[in-house]
Write a protein of this length. Structure first.
Length: 402
């Protein structure tokens, strides 16, 4: 089945047991389910609370257990692959969950740390150990490979209750092995705004962290709504033309990438929105399309950036390199000096922060009262208890410079 997860005001909690398809599981679901059994209510997708293929009294018992926080199993919906449409795939986990192998790159352990679950993480990817924002919380946690290449022998020895992995990859081979030893894989991304609330809420119900996840979701929604409100009435001629590179020179991001996915919501026009499959662009075509702003997304593997960095010289050098490309002196963005570098670490599990930086660059006059660094610092202090430091975006536009 293919669905587009609801977010914000039209949200449906995609946990089996939410019989009336609203935003929670409560006694109203028991009442609605009784109506289904009696034939007075229509059957719904999530009414089969115990996910056994039948809707009966056993589902009422399961809902009562979920309400009491005493369920032995919980079935939730995963949103696999990429938008606009996701593949909906239910997964059942044993409850309660006390040990987690967080193997979705840095995003899985980052989200768990933000939920206060660092002590329950028993395995991470090797790369996650280098992420500065939460390194102190997971420094003794064993690394067992990459996001798509796991040391299965070591993973099975650790006996996690669940493996938390990316939703954008296919883990069929690993799933068959882990299913045989009773370890489920739950797939969530946490970086795609269109399904952020759905995934985070489902995780909250898995871990009995419902209140905490609402704080995370509200933070995201507040800042995304702020940006949307400021740019919604822009005329087309008021939206700058944007050329955005994804990690490498002349490489575009997919529509769901942090950099490409931020252009339109932040009030810009993607000059290459007509390219569907070809992510490599001809330098001459960039010159012809004449962007007014150039964005380049990077990562610490490409140049020093992020939480532990204090020296901005590598970002300065990268901007100089872009500005010196043959023929680029004819481009509006080069003539006006509107070339910016941002690390994907600014997006991660908080895409609203990434978009705050981008919106400020695209429309400094509309966002004169918004400080992206302050937004970033607020998130880090509130959800990780750490102070902001590092270089995530360059150059920054200061309010007093406007």
């Amino acid at each position: 089945m293919v669905v587009t997860p609801a977010i914000a005001s039209d949200y449906t909690l995609d946990i089996f047991g939410n019989a009336n398809m609203d935003d929670t599981i409560d006694e109203d679901d028991v009442t609605y389910l009784e109506g289904i059994i009696d034939g007075t209510n229509e059957e719904t997708q999530l009414a089969d609370a115990n996910y056994d293929g039948q809707i009966d009294e056993a589902d009422i018992a399961q809902i009562e257990l979920i309400i009491a926080g005493e369920e032995k199993e919980l079935t939730l919906v995963q949103y696999l692959k990429h938008p606009v449409a996701y593949t909906e795939d239910p997964v059942t986990v044993s409850m309660p969950i006390t040990t987690i192998a967080a193997l979705g790159g840095t995003y899985g352990p980052y989200m768990l740390c933000a939920l206060g679950e660092a002590d329950n993480i028993v395995a991470i990817t090797d790369g996650a150990k280098t992420r500065g924002e939460f390194r102190a919380l997971i420094e003794d946690t064993p690394g067992i490979g990459k996001s798509t290449e796991w040391d299965m022998e070591k993973l099975i020895e650790l006996e996690p209750d669940v493996v938390l992995a990316y939703a954008c990859y296919d883990y069929s081979e690993y799933r068959d092995i882990l299913d045989s030893v009773g370890i489920p894989i739950v797939q969530m991304d946490f970086y795609v705004p269109e399904k952020y609330a759905s995934e985070v809420r489902n995780l909250g119900w898995m871990l009995n962290k419902q209140e905490r996840v609402e704080e995370l979701i509200n933070f995201e929604q507040q800042h995304l709504d702020f940006i949307e409100e400021r740019v919604k009435d822009l005329e087309e001629e008021e939206k700058p033309l944007i050329y955005a590179e994804n990690y490498r020179d002349y490489r575009l991001g997919e529509p769901t990438s942090s950099i490409t996915g931020s252009i339109v919501p932040c009030g810009g026009v993607d000059i290459f929105d007509d390219l569907e499959d070809d992510l490599e662009v001809d330098p001459e075509e960039v010159i012809v399309r004449d962007p007014q702003v150039i964005l380049h997304m990077t990562y610490s593997s490409y140049l020093p950036c992020g939480y532990d960095v204090t020296d901005m010289s590598s970002m300065e050098d990268k901007i100089d390199d872009i500005m010196r490309r043959p023929g680029f002196d004819q481009i509006d963005a080069i003539e006006s000096g509107r070339v910016y570098i941002i690390t994907s670490d600014a997006s991660s599990i908080h895409p609203s922060i990434f978009r705050s930086y981008v919106a400020k660059w695209l429309h400094p006059e509309l966002f004169e009262d918004m400080d992206p660094v302050a937004v970033h610092e607020e998130w880090l202090q509130k959800f990780l208890g750490v102070d902001f430091k590092g270089v995530y975006a360059y150059p920054l536009i200061e309010t007093e410079d406007l």
